[in-house]
Design a protein around this ligand. Sequence first.
Ligand code: FAD
Length: 469
Amino acid sequence: MQHTQVIIIGGGPGGYETAIRLSQYNIECLVIEKARLGGVCLNWGCIPTKALVKSAELYSEMLDAPAWGLPANHQALDYAKVNERKNAVVEQLVSGIEYLFRKRKIPMVQGTAISVHKEADNYIVETEAGESFSCCYLILATGSEAKSLPGIEIDEVDILSSTGILKLDKLPESLAVVGGGVIGCEFASIFATFGVKVSIIEFLPRLVALEDEEISKRLALSFKKGGISVKTGVGVQSISKGSDSLELSLSDGSSLTAEKVLMSVGRIPVNNLRWIDLELKTERGAIQIDDAMQTSLDRVFAIGDVTARLQLAHTASKQGLIVAEIIRNALTPALQPSSPPAALNYINIPRCTFTHPEIASVGYTQAEAEKVFPEIRIGKFPFTANGKAMAMGNTAGFVKTIARADTNELVGMHIMGPNAAELIAQGAILIANHNTSEDAEAVVFAHPTLSEAIMEAMEDLRNLSIHKI
Ligand code: FAD
């Protein structure tokens, strides 16, 4: 039986980045992956959707070409070509990760891990193919999968998951998106831009319910303006299939028809291993971990979506890099006593939604900050007053900053508008460094840039924004 120091089950952004970091530390590890390296993120999530977002963005700009004094291109949209480009981007990125593994000589077993037991002090992982591998440390990075609503089956023909919708070879005439969270809103935005008639049905009172309330409201307004029908506070009770369309019965007594349905009502952890004479604690399907990603079993860690903390690729990666550090400290006594890696503060992980307009946030929402701090200040700056956004013809949205009133320390930033997901890194840095509005005022921001909207929203915390009306 092959023995190695660390086995990682799952080669998504959590698993593969951890493997590379361990190899940088000269720690032997082996990755067991049943599909392809990159996991959901590279193959069926972050990357293919962002390739579609870019095509949609370009398409919408091309339709607007005459307003810019540019020649209009009246050729019809070629969705097969859009897909081809998306698939090529995925292929390039995944094969890049495979190359990194080969270059670093990180062994990968292509197969499904099915069970874990213990022999002496080692964990033994068995695969479906009957192979066994032994290790001192085990990292569980098996990710998550789409869930559905009771009584509604995702058939991937008419009722699609986020994976199924990425496999469509032609655009439907109409699409009902069940669930107005991040994934549902991104697909709604992409397909509506391509000209599909899109309806969103969300059970909660607002879209992207984890975001600041103001952002949710503005996104719903923007979507409605862009022709997307948005129903919030309404559940889907059943879906029946007609000859060429689906009928959705809604909890408000109404119904709607669509050619395809996207189920985007959340993702459940993939907790698919059999633990033989071992008790791995879980909570509502997610593997329980402490601040150091340690599970209920000694030397067994879990990272990423399977822990259901904040189901984002960069959460998975960061958790994994912290685990790599912990294992390195444990395996290299010469490094002792080294300070343990800082625990991950989940509030300060940036969250991005690649809709049009794009949204991104870090830190507390206004409602959360009002509960946590005795008093807060709000700063705001609209992109309508930002020169670069005007030049880009993309002025929908704003930057909102939230600071503690007593210290002026920034505790939340919310952006809706052009390049929000790129800009939010500035908020993440300011918050991680406990910066105040005065600290941000000491920085020079280049002109003309979208970042100046951040500068002005920071200045606005002390009513010092120059261009705000
Ligand atoms: P995964 O990426 O799910 O990887 C888990 C891997 O484990 C898979 O490759 C799977 O095949 C393998 N596996 C499972 N069980 C076994 C087993 N028993 N044996 C062997 N292998 C196994 N996040 C962002 O940060 N930004 C985005 O823009 C973004 N967009 C998204 C869009 C969509 C449509 C979706 C669905 C998700 C998106 N996400 C995004 C979320 C992101 O994809 C996940 O948070 C991320 O992939 C989680 O990484 P992971 O390593 O925990 O798991």
